[in-house]
Design a protein around this ligand. Structure first.
Ligand SMILES: [Zn+2]
Length: 256
Protein backbone atom coordinates (compact mmCIF):
# COMPACT_ATOMS: atom_id res chain seq x y z
CA UNK A 1 0.00 0.00 0.00
CA UNK A 2 1.34 3.42 -0.96
CA UNK A 3 1.99 6.18 1.54
CA UNK A 4 -0.66 8.32 -0.16
CA UNK A 5 -3.31 5.67 0.51
CA UNK A 6 -2.38 5.48 4.20
CA UNK A 7 -2.53 9.26 4.52
CA UNK A 8 -5.92 9.16 2.79
CA UNK A 9 -7.22 6.55 5.27
CA UNK A 10 -6.07 8.61 8.27
CA UNK A 11 -7.60 11.76 6.76
CA UNK A 12 -10.92 9.93 6.34
CA UNK A 13 -10.75 8.56 9.92
CA UNK A 14 -10.40 12.02 11.46
CA UNK A 15 -13.98 13.25 10.80
CA UNK A 16 -15.23 9.78 11.80
CA UNK A 17 -13.57 10.07 15.22
CA UNK A 18 -14.82 13.65 15.58
CA UNK A 19 -18.41 12.52 14.97
CA UNK A 20 -17.89 9.64 17.39
CA UNK A 21 -16.52 12.03 20.01
CA UNK A 22 -19.51 14.37 19.64
CA UNK A 23 -21.94 11.43 19.77
CA UNK A 24 -20.51 10.09 23.05
CA UNK A 25 -20.43 13.60 24.54
CA UNK A 26 -24.07 14.15 23.63
CA UNK A 27 -25.10 10.82 25.19
CA UNK A 28 -23.14 11.66 28.34
CA UNK A 29 -24.51 15.21 28.66
CA UNK A 30 -28.03 13.97 27.96
CA UNK A 31 -27.90 11.30 30.67
CA UNK A 32 -26.07 13.55 33.13
CA UNK A 33 -28.57 16.41 32.63
CA UNK A 34 -31.51 14.06 33.15
CA UNK A 35 -30.11 13.04 36.54
CA UNK A 36 -29.44 16.57 37.65
CA UNK A 37 -32.73 18.00 36.42
CA UNK A 38 -31.05 20.18 33.79
CA UNK A 39 -32.37 20.79 30.30
CA UNK A 40 -30.20 18.55 28.07
CA UNK A 41 -31.22 20.28 24.83
CA UNK A 42 -29.77 23.62 25.94
CA UNK A 43 -26.46 22.02 26.93
CA UNK A 44 -26.24 19.93 23.73
CA UNK A 45 -26.83 23.06 21.63
CA UNK A 46 -24.21 24.84 23.72
CA UNK A 47 -21.80 21.98 23.00
CA UNK A 48 -22.21 22.56 19.26
CA UNK A 49 -21.77 26.32 19.41
CA UNK A 50 -18.75 26.22 21.69
CA UNK A 51 -15.95 23.87 20.71
CA UNK A 52 -16.42 20.30 21.94
CA UNK A 53 -14.10 20.24 24.94
CA UNK A 54 -14.58 23.86 25.97
CA UNK A 55 -18.29 23.07 26.07
CA UNK A 56 -17.71 20.03 28.28
CA UNK A 57 -15.45 21.95 30.68
CA UNK A 58 -18.00 24.78 31.02
CA UNK A 59 -20.72 22.19 31.53
CA UNK A 60 -18.70 20.48 34.28
CA UNK A 61 -18.25 23.82 36.07
CA UNK A 62 -21.80 25.13 35.75
CA UNK A 63 -23.94 22.01 35.86
CA UNK A 64 -26.20 21.49 38.84
CA UNK A 65 -24.87 19.48 41.76
CA UNK A 66 -25.41 15.76 41.72
CA UNK A 67 -28.61 14.57 43.35
CA UNK A 68 -29.03 11.59 45.63
CA UNK A 69 -32.05 9.42 46.15
CA UNK A 70 -33.54 9.48 49.66
CA UNK A 71 -33.56 5.98 51.12
CA UNK A 72 -36.94 6.29 52.70
CA UNK A 73 -38.97 8.03 49.97
CA UNK A 74 -36.67 7.51 46.93
CA UNK A 75 -37.04 11.12 45.76
CA UNK A 76 -34.03 13.07 44.43
CA UNK A 77 -32.52 15.39 46.98
CA UNK A 78 -29.30 17.41 47.24
CA UNK A 79 -26.34 15.20 48.11
CA UNK A 80 -25.27 17.68 50.82
CA UNK A 81 -28.73 17.88 52.46
CA UNK A 82 -29.07 17.07 56.18
CA UNK A 83 -32.79 16.34 55.93
CA UNK A 84 -34.89 15.00 53.07
CA UNK A 85 -36.86 17.91 51.69
CA UNK A 86 -39.80 15.58 50.87
CA UNK A 87 -40.23 13.19 53.81
CA UNK A 88 -38.11 15.03 56.36
CA UNK A 89 -35.99 12.04 57.31
CA UNK A 90 -32.68 12.94 58.95
CA UNK A 91 -29.67 11.90 56.87
CA UNK A 92 -26.93 10.84 59.25
CA UNK A 93 -24.32 9.63 56.84
CA UNK A 94 -23.70 8.85 53.19
CA UNK A 95 -25.04 5.31 53.54
CA UNK A 96 -28.51 6.73 54.10
CA UNK A 97 -28.64 7.90 50.52
CA UNK A 98 -27.90 6.01 47.34
CA UNK A 99 -26.00 7.74 44.62
CA UNK A 100 -27.69 7.94 41.28
CA UNK A 101 -26.26 5.84 38.44
CA UNK A 102 -22.63 6.82 37.86
CA UNK A 103 -22.20 4.71 34.75
CA UNK A 104 -22.54 7.78 32.56
CA UNK A 105 -18.86 8.47 32.92
CA UNK A 106 -18.07 5.71 30.41
CA UNK A 107 -19.62 7.85 27.65
CA UNK A 108 -17.40 10.76 28.58
CA UNK A 109 -14.33 8.50 28.59
CA UNK A 110 -15.36 7.10 25.18
CA UNK A 111 -15.66 10.66 23.89
CA UNK A 112 -12.17 11.55 25.17
CA UNK A 113 -10.70 8.37 23.58
CA UNK A 114 -12.39 9.17 20.25
CA UNK A 115 -11.06 12.72 20.40
CA UNK A 116 -7.54 11.46 21.22
CA UNK A 117 -7.74 9.23 18.12
CA UNK A 118 -7.91 12.39 16.00
CA UNK A 119 -4.51 13.41 17.37
CA UNK A 120 -3.16 9.90 16.73
CA UNK A 121 -4.31 10.31 13.11
CA UNK A 122 -2.54 13.69 12.84
CA UNK A 123 0.68 12.26 14.31
CA UNK A 124 0.47 9.23 11.98
CA UNK A 125 0.07 11.49 8.94
CA UNK A 126 3.13 13.44 10.10
CA UNK A 127 5.20 10.26 10.50
CA UNK A 128 4.06 8.84 7.14
CA UNK A 129 4.80 12.21 5.52
CA UNK A 130 8.33 12.12 6.94
CA UNK A 131 8.93 8.49 5.92
CA UNK A 132 7.63 8.97 2.38
CA UNK A 133 10.15 11.72 1.71
CA UNK A 134 13.46 10.58 0.41
CA UNK A 135 16.81 12.31 0.79
CA UNK A 136 18.03 10.42 -2.28
CA UNK A 137 18.75 12.51 -5.35
CA UNK A 138 17.34 9.64 -7.45
CA UNK A 139 14.03 9.66 -5.54
CA UNK A 140 10.86 9.15 -7.55
CA UNK A 141 9.06 11.52 -5.18
CA UNK A 142 9.97 14.95 -3.83
CA UNK A 143 13.38 15.17 -2.17
CA UNK A 144 13.72 16.04 1.52
CA UNK A 145 16.84 18.05 2.30
CA UNK A 146 18.51 17.50 5.67
CA UNK A 147 20.90 20.45 5.30
CA UNK A 148 20.23 24.16 4.80
CA UNK A 149 20.81 26.96 2.30
CA UNK A 150 21.45 30.71 2.50
CA UNK A 151 20.33 33.58 0.25
CA UNK A 152 18.50 31.47 -2.21
CA UNK A 153 15.98 32.90 -4.66
CA UNK A 154 14.24 31.24 -7.52
CA UNK A 155 11.66 31.89 -10.16
CA UNK A 156 9.82 29.05 -11.82
CA UNK A 157 7.34 29.70 -14.58
CA UNK A 158 6.15 26.53 -16.29
CA UNK A 159 9.25 24.98 -17.89
CA UNK A 160 11.54 27.86 -17.08
CA UNK A 161 13.49 27.73 -13.81
CA UNK A 162 15.97 30.34 -12.64
CA UNK A 163 17.91 29.79 -9.44
CA UNK A 164 20.36 31.86 -7.46
CA UNK A 165 21.89 30.39 -4.30
CA UNK A 166 24.73 31.85 -2.26
CA UNK A 167 25.65 28.90 -0.12
CA UNK A 168 24.42 25.58 1.19
CA UNK A 169 25.49 22.46 3.02
CA UNK A 170 27.14 19.77 0.93
CA UNK A 171 24.77 17.65 -1.11
CA UNK A 172 21.90 20.12 -0.85
CA UNK A 173 19.31 19.52 -3.57
CA UNK A 174 17.21 22.12 -5.31
CA UNK A 175 14.46 20.64 -7.41
CA UNK A 176 11.57 21.56 -9.62
CA UNK A 177 9.20 19.44 -11.62
CA UNK A 178 8.82 20.24 -15.30
CA UNK A 179 6.69 18.84 -18.06
CA UNK A 180 7.81 17.07 -21.19
CA UNK A 181 5.16 17.18 -23.90
CA UNK A 182 7.21 15.99 -26.85
CA UNK A 183 10.32 13.98 -25.84
CA UNK A 184 11.57 13.56 -29.42
CA UNK A 185 11.72 17.26 -30.20
CA UNK A 186 12.12 18.98 -26.85
CA UNK A 187 15.53 19.87 -25.44
CA UNK A 188 16.68 20.85 -21.96
CA UNK A 189 18.75 24.06 -22.07
CA UNK A 190 21.10 24.52 -19.13
CA UNK A 191 23.04 27.63 -18.16
CA UNK A 192 24.99 27.51 -14.92
CA UNK A 193 27.80 29.23 -13.10
CA UNK A 194 29.27 28.60 -9.66
CA UNK A 195 32.44 28.98 -7.56
CA UNK A 196 34.26 25.92 -6.28
CA UNK A 197 34.25 26.04 -2.47
CA UNK A 198 36.25 22.91 -1.73
CA UNK A 199 38.45 20.55 -3.67
CA UNK A 200 36.46 18.21 -5.89
CA UNK A 201 33.38 20.40 -5.53
CA UNK A 202 30.85 20.11 -8.33
CA UNK A 203 27.36 20.99 -9.42
CA UNK A 204 25.38 18.03 -10.67
CA UNK A 205 22.19 18.13 -12.67
CA UNK A 206 19.87 15.18 -12.22
CA UNK A 207 16.91 14.34 -14.42
CA UNK A 208 14.61 11.80 -12.81
CA UNK A 209 11.43 10.35 -14.27
CA UNK A 210 10.29 7.05 -12.71
CA UNK A 211 13.12 4.56 -13.18
CA UNK A 212 14.93 6.72 -15.71
CA UNK A 213 17.64 8.86 -14.15
CA UNK A 214 20.40 10.87 -15.81
CA UNK A 215 23.12 12.95 -14.21
CA UNK A 216 25.24 15.61 -15.88
CA UNK A 217 28.16 17.49 -14.36
CA UNK A 218 27.31 21.16 -14.96
CA UNK A 219 30.09 22.69 -12.83
CA UNK A 220 32.05 24.37 -15.59
CA UNK A 221 29.61 25.25 -18.33
CA UNK A 222 31.07 27.94 -20.58
CA UNK A 223 28.07 27.96 -22.87
CA UNK A 224 24.48 26.76 -22.89
CA UNK A 225 24.28 22.98 -22.70
CA UNK A 226 21.58 21.38 -24.81
CA UNK A 227 20.44 18.03 -23.49
CA UNK A 228 18.03 15.95 -25.62
CA UNK A 229 15.07 14.45 -23.80
CA UNK A 230 14.40 11.49 -26.11
CA UNK A 231 15.27 9.00 -23.36
CA UNK A 232 12.31 10.24 -21.35
CA UNK A 233 8.56 9.92 -21.80
CA UNK A 234 6.09 12.74 -22.01
CA UNK A 235 4.90 13.80 -18.56
CA UNK A 236 6.36 15.13 -15.31
CA UNK A 237 10.12 15.07 -14.81
CA UNK A 238 12.13 16.06 -11.73
CA UNK A 239 14.95 18.48 -12.51
CA UNK A 240 17.44 18.55 -9.62
CA UNK A 241 20.59 20.49 -8.91
CA UNK A 242 22.84 18.83 -6.37
CA UNK A 243 25.21 21.31 -4.78
CA UNK A 244 28.41 19.51 -3.76
CA UNK A 245 30.97 21.91 -2.35
CA UNK A 246 30.22 24.85 -4.64
CA UNK A 247 28.81 28.30 -3.85
CA UNK A 248 27.33 31.34 -5.65
CA UNK A 249 25.29 29.05 -7.83
CA UNK A 250 23.36 30.66 -10.64
CA UNK A 251 21.39 28.57 -13.06
CA UNK A 252 18.75 28.84 -15.72
CA UNK A 253 17.11 25.66 -16.91
CA UNK A 254 14.47 25.53 -19.62
CA UNK A 255 12.64 22.85 -21.57
CA UNK A 256 11.74 23.97 -25.07
ZN1 LIG B 1 -37.20 11.28 51.71
Amino acid sequence: MGYENLVFIFLMLMPFFLILSYTFSIIWIYKDCKERGENPLIWILFLFFSSLFLGIIIYLIFRKENKCACKSCDKLISSSAKYCEYCGVYIQNKEDVKLVNKNNRKYMIASIISFSMIFICIISIGIIGGLSRSTNVKSKTKVWNIGFETFSTQIKIENDWELSLKNSTKGFIKEESMNITNPQNEVLYINTSCDIKEEGGNLMLWLVQGDTEKSIDVTNLSETLEYPLNEFKSGKIFVRLQINGVKNVKSKITIE
